[in-house]
Ligand binder design. Structure first.
Ligand SMILES: [Fe+2]
Length: 389
């Protein structure tokens, strides 16, 4: 018999530090985590923007550090393993990931694999990977985001691309929560308008999907508490975080895109993205994130942009299942969506003949679809894709 759950849980990084200048406190935090040798995991763009320099300039002269700056967007399993081998050589005492979601995810894996060995696919769920559980704590890890969107610094997930299979998979394990997240909005000031917009739309999508995902007590009670899923369903705490995030992103995303140096807008975007991540990472997501995966794998479109192009039609499809929720989303966003041009997936090169395959691929992503407030089969998904063209 289907017995509904009556308990929800909440997990996050061990500690979160937020505010302009927070990154200046990194040396003290590294010391607190045991000091020694630091491995910085980042990408060339972040390094070229001078952000890595800003960070290491705060380090005392005797702090030893090495930099791995080869992270690419949509990092592949091979790249994860390359970072891990580098970490083996450095043998760090603390790992610091600096960048967008890709760098922070690769940093999580460097901390994991340098502690417990093996390859990234060992920890990816079966059948793609070996599905090994992470045996214990990993090298202390500090996540420092330079965008306001993905929220990877607040989650226990690392997304791994398998380009030869056009597939994205994830490792999800409590041991992947950072020991510390340092969210310093000043680091996002140099982010150009397009990535600011895309990452901000990702945050908005997290907040909306987290706010409308199925409730924790609409889910089945697990046989054992350990089997309760990370995406446990929304509850009043995640709702509160997501509502505030919708408002913050709605009020500040245009300002941050139009004037990157508007520190007030940047701070509110970083806060909104952080709150959205703290909400969705416990509540769950919905169909827009599921439908976005096959499109982004095929067309190499930015994650936030892809999700945002699909979200309107997903919301239209879902509206009848949670009308009061979507009305509240509209209220929190005000009338700001009125009169805007509507652009769809055709703008990023998606064609009609791809849609049946995308629909089939989407149906594989049950971990995301299970939270969607309205059930959907492959025909429904294909319909949403069609209306999103
Ligand atoms: Fe996302």
């Amino acid at each position: 018999m289907f017995e509904t759950d009556s308990v929800w849980e909440y997990s996050m990084a061990d500690r979160l530090k937020f505010g302009p200048g927070a990154v200046q406190e990194l040396p003290a935090e590294i010391e607190r985590l045991g000091g020694g040798t630091v491995l910085i995991v980042t990408d060339e763009g972040v390094r070229d923007a001078g952000i890595v320099d800003t960070v290491v300039e705060t380090f005392p002269a005797d702090l030893r550090y090495e930099i791995f700056d080869d992270v690419e967007p949509d990092p592949s399993a091979a790249l994860f393993d390359r970072a891990a081998r580098y970490a083996d050589e450095v043998d760090p005492d603390v790992v610091v990931g600096i960048g967008g979601g890709s760098s922070i995810d690769v940093g999580k894996a460097a901390s994991l694999l340098s502690t417990h060995g093996g390859e990234v696919l060992d920890y990816v769920a079966q059948p793609t990977g070996e599905g090994q559980p992470i045996p214990g704590p990993t090298t202390p890890y500090v996540a420092v985001p330079t965008t306001a969107g993905t929220g990877s610094e607040s989650t226990s997930v690392a997304v791994v691309s398998l380009p030869e299979q056009d597939l994205k998979v994830g490792i999800s394990d409590r041991h992947l929560f950072p020991d510390l997240s340092v969210v310093d909005p000043a680091l996002t000031v140099s982010l150009p308008p397009a990535p600011t917009a895309y990452s901000g739309l990702d945050a908005l999508s997290h907040a909306i999907e987290g706010y409308t995902t199925r409730r924790f007590d609409a889910k089945e009670r697990p046989d054992s508490p350990a089997d309760r899923p990370d995406y446990g369903g929304r509850n009043l705490l995640s709702d509160t975080l997501c509502r505030q995030a919708i408002e913050l992103v709605g009020d500040n995303l245009r300002r941050a895109v139009n004037n990157g140096e508007d520190l007030d807008a940047r701070r509110n975007m970083s806060l909104g993205a952080t709150m959205a991540a703290l909400g969705f990472s416990n509540a769950g997501l919905g169909a827009a994130h599921a439908l976005a995966y096959p499109v982004a794998s095929e067309h190499h479109t930015a994650h936030g942009l892809t999700v945002a192009l699909l979200l309107p039609e997903v919301m239209r499809y879902n509206a009848t299942s949670a009308p009061e929720r979507y009305a509240e989303v509209a209220r929190l966003l005000g009338k700001q969506a009125d009169g805007l041009d509507r652009r769809g997936l055709a703008a990023v090169g998606v064609t009609e003949d791809e849609l049946p395959r995308f629909a089939a691929d989407t149906m594989q992503l049950q971990r995301l679809l299970v939270g969607n407030p309205r059930r959907m089969d492959a025909d429904d998904v294909e319909g949403i894709f069609r209306r999103s063209l």
